[in-house]
Design a protein around this ligand. Structure first.
Ligand code: NAG
Length: 299
């Protein structure tokens, strides 16, 4: 009796340990190097992220030069921002890729770094007006949330119009730098306000946006890919010691230009941004703009 109880307990314990061990094993095994066709599939979206740096007058007429010409079938629906107090944004749809596109402008590191490292910033719960029903334990950088709030209502209305005009059921949200932070916030915000549509978010050089609860929410609810380039310093900011944590979905561009898919959140392996770029001083500002494969971000 005692023996069988012991056997039962130990096998239960063993099962529990195995169940716990399995994801770790999987995590270790699931680094993958992207094929050239997998990398090339990001190129149109990288141009879309780059187009978001162009003035709203140009994205509204899709006349922003090489960035716009890279996606020639795009149909603009709305655009806004002034490029200084409000980041540029645009919404439209791409019949070739069969998706509505939302683009958010980023900012150069000289302007982003003060925002990220500003002594006034703190982690704040998401505003229930924009994020109805979201758990108050989910906290994000207040500076990013304030930037997001400036355009949220207009972007939401434009996405609804674009879905109706195009007849599509898919939305891809892109951005670089601060624009990537805005894109992942939209990746949380838009589905809460537009049900039954497929959303995907692709962020380039994305800073840390929120806390562990935010990262967990994003993992469970947002189809996110975040692409980090070599020694770019922005993705390691704000620091983890301040309570910030990256969600999963990283593709890290290596020194030899190969792309490695990093499993898990904020992976500290040397093949991923957090492990590759240890300190702000070891980081590069130049690598922030790319190139992301063939595309260097900027209008
Ligand atoms: C949430 O956003 C609304 C609309 O912009 C604003 O009126 C309200 O003050 C915000 N609430 C908080 C707690 O910031």
């Amino acid at each position: 009796m005692a023996l069988s109880t012991f056997t039962f307990l130990s096998s239960t314990l063993l099962n529990a340990l195995l169940v716990r061990a399995a994801p770790v094993l999987e995590t270790r095994q699931s680094f993958t190097t992207l094929s050239s066709s997998q990398i090339a599939a990001f190129e149109p979206f990288t141009f879309y992220a780059s187009s978001a740096y162009c003035p709203s007058s140009q994205t509204m007429t899709w006349s922003c030069g090489a960035n716009c010409e890279a996606n020639p079938t795009f149909q603009p629906v709305a655009s806004g921002g002034d490029g200084s107090t409000v980041q540029f944004w645009y919404v439209g749809f791409d019949p070739t890729l069969a998706t509505v596109i939302v683009g958010h402008q980023g900012t150069d590191p000289s302007k982003l770094m003060p925002l990220i490292t500003d002594a006034d910033f703190f982690l704040d719960p998401l505003n229930q007006t924009f994020f109805p029903g979201i758990d108050s334990k989910i906290e994000v950088h207040n500076g990013f949330a304030e930037e997001h709030a400036k355009t949220a209502t207009d972007v939401l209305a434009a996405v609804k119009t674009a879905l109706t005009e195009s007849g599509l059921n898919r939305v891809t949200i892109v951005g670089h730098s601060l624009g990537a932070a805005l894109a992942v916030l939209d990746g949380v915000y838009l589905p809460l306000n537009i049900p039954n549509v497929n959303f995907r978010t692709i962020g380039y050089g994305m800073p840390r946006v929120g806390n562990q609860a935010f990262a967990d929410y994003v993992d469970a609810n947002v189809q996110l890919t975040r692409i980090t380039n070599k020694n770019d310093v922005v993705p390691i900011l704000p620091g983890r010691f301040l309570g910030f944590h990256h969600p999963s979905g990283e593709n890290h561009i290596q020194a030899d230009n190969s792309w490695v898919s990093c499993p898990g959140q904020d992976n500290t392996d040397g093949r991923c941004s957090t492990g590759d770029v240890h300190t702000i001083l070891g980081g590069s500002v130049k690598d922030h703009s790319g190139p992301y494969d063939t595309v260097t971000i900027g209008c």
